[in-house]
Structures are given as C-alpha cells and as structure tokens.
Design a protein. Structure first.
Length: 109
C-alpha cells in the first residue's frame, strides 16, 4: 500500500477507524492494481493489491472474523487473495467477482 498524497492517508485512516467501530458492516476491498483503480473504482472501498492482501488486511482489520468481500476485474485475483487470507486465518471472506458484479450486488449500477 502506497499513498501518493496526504489526503489519501487521511481518508485511509478515517476508513480504518470507521471499520473498527462498525464491525457489523461488510468490508469491500478492490484487489486490482492502482492504475485500474484510478480509472474506475467504487467510492469508499479500500484498495489493496491482491499480492499485498494479507499484510494490508491484517494491518487494517486484525479481527479474522471480519466480513470481507473482495473484487477485481473478473474475480480471478480476488480468488487468489481469498486463498491467501484463508491461509492466514481469515474465516469470513468471499469473492464478489468483478467490479461490475460488486456494483450490482450493492445496487450501485
């Protein structure tokens, strides 16, 4: 996870605090690249590259029972990220498929 602007750090910290306070909420994470995320994203969702998912999630969401929904472009990288998180002990993670699937599931079309 890299932050290029101070505002990104503030937003990230705010998200972190909100998620700790509101454990009942589902956490949505975009596991695509930073470039893909800059082109198209769902506002408010965290972005952690699939190859950095364990370090990123364990830092922000140390509770391994947190409900986490992952998505990417097609669901492939999200699937790889889920395997890594489950191997690390996360129990409530699932694959939402692609970004458009995540939008549809949440009524954000």
């Amino acid at each position: 996870m890299y932050f290029k602007k101070p505002g990104h750090v503030s937003f990230f910290m705010l998200m972190m605090c909100f998620s700790v306070v509101s454990n009942a909420e589902t956490v949505w994470i975009d596991v695509r690249s930073a470039v893909e995320h800059s082109i198209d994203n769902i506002e408010g969702d965290a972005r952690i590259s699939h190859d950095e998912i364990v370090a990123g999630v364990s830092e922000i969401f140390p509770d391994k029972n947190t409900e986490i929904r992952l998505y990417c472009r097609s669901g492939n990288r999200a699937g790889k990220a889920i395997l890594a998180l489950k191997e690390d002990g996360y129990t409530n993670v699932s694959n939402a498929g692609g970004i458009n699937d995540a939008r549809r599931e949440r009524g954000l079309n």
